[in-house]
Design a protein around this ligand. Structure first.
Ligand code: 5AD
Ligand code: SF4
Length: 490
C-alpha cells in the first residue's frame, strides 16, 4: 500500500462496528458538488448493478442522483458504460458468491477497456474479509466505498479517476444522517423513502447491525417533507424504509415521537398508498396498531418476520420474543385489522435446530396463515455470534426442511388467494405484464400481483379488477365496471 492509497484507505472493522457509543448523530446537508467535479461525467454513462434488499435499491437511486449531478447519464449496456458500480448484499453467502462471480466476469471488459471505472459498494464493502479479498485477488477493481460513505462519492470518484491505485473508503462507525441527497427514482409511480438507518437488534445470525451501523432516525419533518414532495409530483405509493422501521424515533433525543406518530402524520398526506418495511415484532406497539387500523392510505399489509416458531430457537436467535408473544401480537393485529395480510421471513436449519423445533415453525405458519413468506436456509456470517455456534444439522436435512416449509406455505397462499375469487379489488396498474404485453399488471393494497386485460392508458392509474383466476403467487382477473377510479385510497 503506498502513501497515496493510504490516504483513502479506512479498513472496515466488525469489532469497531459493534462498539457503538451514545454520541449524538448529526444531521448534515449534502453539499453542492464542487465546481471542478460537476462536469466530470459529461458525455459518459454509468451502470449500477444492485443486489439485495430495498434499502440497496434505494441507495442505488441516491448513487444515480449523485452521478447525474456530475454529468453522467444512465445506461443498461455494460459496453457503453464508463463507470460500473456493483451495489452488494451480504445477508447470505449465496448473495456474496453472485457478486464475486460478477466481479470476475467484468475483468475481461476491464482488460479490454482499461479506462472503465469498476467500483463496489453496499454491505459487502463493510466486511474486512471481503475488502482484503478484493485487494489481493481482484485488483482490477478501482473503487470500494461503504454504506456510510455514499455522500462522499464525488470526492472518491475524483480520486479514483485521477490516481492509479485502488481507492477504498469504508467507515466502520456509522456516519451522520445526510439530508438533501439527490435521487433518481426508478419509476414515477412508487417511491422508497428512508425513515431510519441501521439496526441495534443484533439478532445472532444477522450481519446487518455491523454493515449498516446503529439505529438512527431521520427527523420527522424531513421525512414528511419528502413524502409531501412525492405526492406533489404525482407518486401514488410510498414505502417507508428501514431495517427495523418500528424502532423509529427511539433515538430522537429532543422529542417523544415514534413510528405510530409518524404513520399518523403520513396518513394526512394525499398520497394514495403507504407501506413500510421491515418491522420487528418486539417493537410493534399498541399505538401503531391503533393508527394502522385507521386505514385510509395506510394499507392492510404487514410484513412481520417471525424467523422461527420455536421459543428456544428464538432465544438463541436473540429475537427477544417468544412464540406466544408473537402469536399474541398477531391476534391483536388481526382483531384491529380483520382483513390484514401478514407476510413473514423464516430461517430453517439454525445451528442445532431439531425436527421438533422445526415442526413448531410449521405449526406457526399454519396458525398465523401468512399470505406469503420468504424462507431461507441459515447461512453463517463471519463475525456474528451464530457463526461460532455448533451446528450439527446436515445440509441435506436443512434443504428438506426448506422444501417442506415451502410446500406448506404454497398451500396456504393458494387457499388465501382462492378466497379472493369473485372479489373486486383496487389495483394500482404498473405496466404491461412481463409475459404478455397485451396483459396489464398491478398490485392490490395488500401487494398481491394482479394480471388482467385492459387498455394501456390505465397504466399509472387505479383500476377495479374482478378476480376470476386466483393462483398460488398471482391473481388473474378482468376489468370490472367503472374501469378507472382515479386516485383512491386516501
Ligand atoms: N442466514 C439466513 N437468512 C438470514 N436472514 C438474515 N440473516 C440471515 C442468515 N445469516 C434472513 C432473515 C431476514 C431476511 C432479510 O433475511 O429472515 O429477515
Ligand atoms: Fe438483522 Fe432484522 Fe435482526 Fe436487525 S432485526 S439484526 S436487520 S434480522
Amino acid at each position: 500500500m503506498n502513501e497515496e492509497m493510504h490516504k483513502y484507505f479506512t479498513p472496515p472493522d466488525l469489532k469497531a462496528a459493534k462498539k457503538r457509543g451514545k454520541e449524538e448523530v448529526s444531521v448534515l446537508e449534502f453539499d453542492r458538488i464542487p465546481e471542478e467535479m460537476r462536469r466530470i461525467g459529461e458525455g459518459k454513462k454509468y451502470l449500477i448493478k444492485t443486489y439485495g434488499c430495498q434499502m440497496n435499491v434505494h441507495d442505488s437511486e441516491t448513487i444515480a442522483g449523485i452521478l447525474e449531478q456530475m454529468g453522467y447519464e444512465g445506461t443498461e449496456e455494460e459496453e457503453e458504460a464508463s463507470i460500473i458500480l456493483i451495489n452488494t448484499c451480504a445477508i447470505r453467502e449465496n448473495a456474496e458468491d453472485k457478486v464475486y462471480g460478477e466481479i470476475g466476469r467484468l475483468k475481461t471488459l476491464k482488460t479490454e477497456k482499461p479506462e472503465l471505472l469498476l467500483g463496489m459498494c453496499g454491505c459487502m464493502s463493510q466486511e474486512e474479509s471481503v475488502v482484503n479479498r478484493i485487494l489481493t485477488k481482484h485488483q482490477h477493481v478501482d473503487l470500494i466505498f461503504g454504506t456510510h460513505n455514499i455522500h462522499r462519492l464525488p470526492h472518491l470518484l475524483f480520486e479514483a479517476l485521477m490516481g492509479k491505485e485502488m481507492v477504498v473508503e469504508v467507515w466502520s462507525k456509522e456516519g451522520d444522517i445526510v439530508e438533501n441527497l439527490p435521487k433518481v427514482r426508478e419509476d414515477g409511480l412508487k417511491a422508497w423513502v428512508n425513515i431510519m438507518y441501521g439496526c441495534d437488534k443484533f439478532c445472532t445470525y444477522c450481519i446487518v447491525p455491523y454493515t449498516r451501523g446503529k439505529e438512527r432516525s431521520r427527523r420527522p419533518e424531513d421525512v414528511l417533507a419528502e413524502i409531501r414532495e412525492l405526492a406533489r409530483k404525482g407518486y401514488q405509493e410510498v414505502t417507508l424504509l428501514g431495517q427495523n422501521v418500528n424502532a423509529y424515533g427511539k433515538d430522537l433525543t429532543d422529542r417523544e415521537y415514534r413510528f405510530g406518530d409518524l404513520m399518523d402524520d403520513v396518513r394526512q398526506i394525499g398520497i394514495p398508498r403507504v407501506r413500510f418495511t421491515t418491522s420487528h415484532p418486539r417493537d410493534f406497539d399498541d399505538h401503531l396498531i391503533e393508527v394502522l387500523a385507521k386505514k385510509g392510505n395506510l394499507v392492510e399489509h404487514i410484513h412481520l418476520p417471525a424467523q422461527s416458531g420455536n421459543s428456544d430457537i428464538l432465544k438463541i436467535m436473540a429475537r427477544k420474543y417468544t412464540r406466544e408473544q408473537y402469536m399474541e401480537l398477531v391476534r391483536k393485529i388481526k382483531k384491529a385489522i380483520p382483513d390484514v395480510v401478514l407476510t413473514t421471513d423464516i430461517i430453517v436449519g439454525y445451528p442445532g435446530e431439531t425436527e421438533e423445533q422445526f415442526q413448531d415453525t410449521l405449526s406457526l405458519m399454519e396458525e398465523v396463515e401468512y399470505d406469503s413468506a420468504f424462507t431461507f436456509i441459515y447461512s453463517p456470517r463471519e463475525g456474528t455470534p451464530a457463526a461460532r455456534m455448533k451446528d450439527d444439522v446436515p445440509m441435506k436435512v436443512k434443504k428438506e426442511r426448506l422444501q417442506r416449509l415451502n410446500q406448506l406455505q404454497d398451500a396456504i397462499s393458494r387457499k388465501k388467494n382462492e378466497a379472493l375469487r369473485g372479489q373486486i379489488l383496487e389495483v394500482l396498474v404498473e405496466g404491461e405484464s412481463k409475459k404478455d404485453p397485451d396483459v396489464l399488471s398491478g398490485r392490490t393494497r395488500t401487494n398481491k400481483l394482479v394480471n388482467f386485460r385492459g387498455p394501456k392508458h390505465l397504466i399509472g392509474q387505479f383500476a377495479h379488477v374482478r378476480i376470476d383466476d386466483p393462483k398460488t403467487w398471482t391473481l388473474s382477473g378482468t376489468l370490472a365496471g367503472d374501469e378507472r377510479i382515479g386516485q383512491v385510497g386516501s
